[in-house]
Write a protein that binds this ligand. Structure first.
Ligand SMILES: C[S@@+](CC[C@H](N)C(=O)[O-])C[C@H]1O[C@@H](n2cnc3c(N)ncnc32)[C@H](O)[C@@H]1O
Length: 206
């Protein structure tokens, strides 16, 4: 059976390793493993997102959509001590690693690793940050994005990094068409950084 990083339970042996990363001027050592996305280093797309966008302070509920081993979730929780961060993934090994990495970063009490269906229905988000799983294919990607964008609070923001050659520009247009006005805030190393906003009351398109 193919062992994709987005398998619920990767078939490969759970061989742990560590990855050093600098996020928003702080050094981290993350535990990663085979069977999770970018186990050998901070992904370049994720690094571009974290370089181009800085978190803002305030009491916030934030979603890291497709958290992997948790670099975005951990960075967000460390930078903003008033934030609660939901780190959602379909890969149980990734969720376990996110919990380990959040605890190591001292934010285990505010980072909640969860399978998509385990996030309580009434949780709404001020922000979504994501290096989304493009490889699941366009229909699944669109379904996933609409599922979570509909849970943004009115005025809430989604920050996404998408490879230009993986459809970053068409995704920008599609998000705007879906009722989430989307602009490109940066472009570097072949990646687009997109900002989509929930403009309508209730946070979901009609
Ligand atoms: C491109 S990786 C990004 C991982 C991590 N945020 C990082 O920057 O290293 C996308 C992640 O999305 C997860 N994923 C795939 N399908 C998903 C879904 N339907 N809902 C949530 N996460 C999903 C994958 O398991 C993978 O960990």
């Amino acid at each position: 059976m193919a062992d994709h990083f987005f398998s619920a339970d990767p078939a490969s042996a759970d061989v742990r390793r560590t990855v050093q990363a600098r996020i928003w001027d702080r050094d981290y050592e993350f535990t990663t493993a085979s069977g999770v996305f970018s186990r050998d280093r901070l992904d370049i797309g994720t690094a571009v997102l974290l370089r181009e966008v800085r978190p803002t302070p305030g009491r916030k509920v934030v979603l890291d959509l497709g958290a992997g081993y948790g670099p975005i979730a951990c960075g967000l929780a460390v930078e903003n001590p008033d934030a609660v961060v939901w780190a959602v993934d379909v890969n149980n090994r990734a969720l376990e690693l996110t919990a380990i990495n959040a605890a190591a970063a001292g934010v285990g009490d505010r980072v909640h690793p969860a399978l998509p269906d385990d996030v309580p229905d009434d949780v709404r988000f001020d922000e979504i940050w994501s290096n989304p799983a493009i490889h699941i294919g366009k229909p699944e990607l669109h379904k996933m994005l609409l599922r979570w964008l509909s849970r943004l609070k009115p005025g809430g923001t989604a920050w996404l990094v998408v490879g230009k050659n993986l459809g970053g520009d068409s995704l920008q247009r599609w998000l705007t068409e879906q009722g989430y006005p989307c602009d490109r805030v940066a472009s570097a190393k072949g990646f687009r950084i997109l900002r989509a906003t929930a403009t309508n009351p209730g946070g979901s398109p009609s």
